[in-house]
Design a protein around this ligand. Structure first.
Ligand code: HAM
Length: 418
């Protein structure tokens, strides 16, 4: 047996129903909020992430699946969707086709992380991005979509964290204050933090090393260094959230692990998840589109980890499959007629199954039960002769004959459907 690659998973019957439930809910919400779907390739040029996600991030420094292809090109399996979405927006000049582009995408991402519950090497995201809308109400709307998704899935014990990391104008003052406050404590921090202090001091807030935490907790807060425009914007975001009754908590440490964020950042945590508890995260990235060669358009979005949403779903979510009919054939000569009926049912839009091994009536009824059939249509020699089938309602176990010509409609009346 050749097992699956570490950190990857097969999603099997029994679990797939929960996935489909999450995906259906996500699509339906995105549609209601006015987002259109795009699908971008899983492979991109390595430089897209070096430039987009950022050279100083853990993702680019340690976690990318990159290789040189047979043509000598450096290729990366996407570790996140945002740079790909921006690339597609720029490459197809979507700012003309869609003046306020609201896009979403779903699919696999790849990060070479240490696998544990809720953290995998191949995982899946719902990614949502808006280009070209600057108003604080848009930030609030994106957060509302994220919040509504988690709520609509019935996930309890959630917490919305928000912060503002400022913009290119006010960030330098904050970074300077941060380094000044660190002062003599810098050599006491872990190696990673010392590297971060030199490359991107904001990353220090991401540090999880316990010994570093008391020092980091004393560091200044980005919202105290916002310029007037950023401060006004963030106040408006909070006001809109209040208007919609979405409860938020300000988290000074929420700088997020990617380099492109400006102004609003947010995460929704699931309290039942354990260590990897971020159900989703996102924020504004007003310079990224231009940085990746596009027009000067702002951006904001988030990505939700589908594995984590599935893990946090309540028991029994997504259960309840399409009601199904079963066709049972008694005897060889009834088999052709049963096959004809099976196809008629399917063509009429109903879910229908049959057993092809020619087993006993008892075995066929057992199969119908195992499949959870709501109705069984029995075709035997007697029925054939009378131009009928026997219709068995599997819940009450009542049986009655119906005209063969009316069999599909009789099944539909029990199963429902179009
Ligand atoms: P991120 O915080 O890196 O942001 O990932 C978003 C979500 O993906 C996380 O909150 C988590 O649920 C899930 N996730 C990340 N890594 C893993 C993993 N190894 N295993 C399982 N789930 C994982 C982004 O990716 C940004 N592109 C979000 C964004 C969109 N910002 C603006 N627009």
């Amino acid at each position: 047996m050749i097992p699956a690659v570490r950190g990857t998973h097969d999603i099997l019957p029994g679990e797939i129903e929960r996935w489909q439930h999450v995906e259906r809910t996500a699509r339906s919400l995105c549609d209601r909020y006015g987002y259109v779907e795009v699908r971008t390739p899983v492979i991109e040029r390595e430089e897209l992430f070096a430039k987009g996600t950022g050279e100083t991030t853990d993702i680019v420094q340690k976690e990318m699946y990159s290789f040189t292809d047979k043509g000598g090109e450096r290729i990366t399996l996407r570790p996140e969707a945002t740079p790909s979405m921006v690339r597609a927006f720029v490459e197809h000049s979507l700012e003309h086709a869609l003046p306020a582009a609201k896009l979403y995408s779903m699919g696999p991402m790849f990060r070479y992380e240490r696998p544990q519950k809720g953290r995998y090497r191949q995982f899946h995201q719902l990614d949502v991005e808006i280009f070209g809308l600057d108003d604080a109400a848009v930030d609030a709307e994106v957060i509302d979509l994220a919040w509504s998704l988690v709520r609509e899935l019935g996930i309890e014990q959630i917490e919305l964290l928000i912060n503002s990391v400022g913009c290119a104008d006010c960030r330098p003052a904050f970074q300077a204050a941060l380094l000044a406050a660190l002062g003599d404590d810098l050599p006491k921090l872990c190696q990673d933090c010392q590297r971060r202090a030199a490359t991107n001091p904001l990353r220090i807030y991401d540090c999880k090393v316990p010994a570093d935490q008391p020092i980091i907790d004393r560091l200044p807060h980005s919202i105290d260094y916002l310029d007037e425009k950023c401060a006004t914007h963030f106040a408006a975001v909070r006001r809109h959230l209040d208007t919609w009754g979405i409860p938020w908590t300000l988290s000074h440490r929420l700088v997020r692990g990617l380099d492109y964020y400006t102004r609003t950042t947010f995460e929704i945590l699931g309290r039942t998840l354990g260590a990897q508890n971020a159900l989703l995260g996102g924020g504004r990235y007003d310079g990224l589109v231009k940085q990746l060669g596009g027009p000067d358009r702002t951006g904001i979005g988030f990505a939700a980890g589908l594995e984590r949403l599935v893990l946090a779903l309540p028991e029994g979510a997504g259960a309840g499959t399409t009601p199904r009919a079963f066709v049972a054939a008694i005897g060889e000569e009834a088999r052709d007629e049963a096959l004809r009926l099976l196809r008629e049912l399917r063509q009429a839009g109903l879910a229908a199954s049959m057993e092809f091994e020619g087993r006993s009536m008892k075995a066929q009824m057992k199969r119908a039960d195992r499949l959870g059939a709501r109705v069984t249509l029995i075709v035997g020699g007697d029925e054939l002769a009378r131009g009928e089938v026997t219709l068995r309602d599997m819940r009450g176990s009542e049986q009655r004959p119906v005209r063969r010509t009316e069999a599909v409609e009789a099944a539909r009346s029990i199963l429902g459907g179009r």
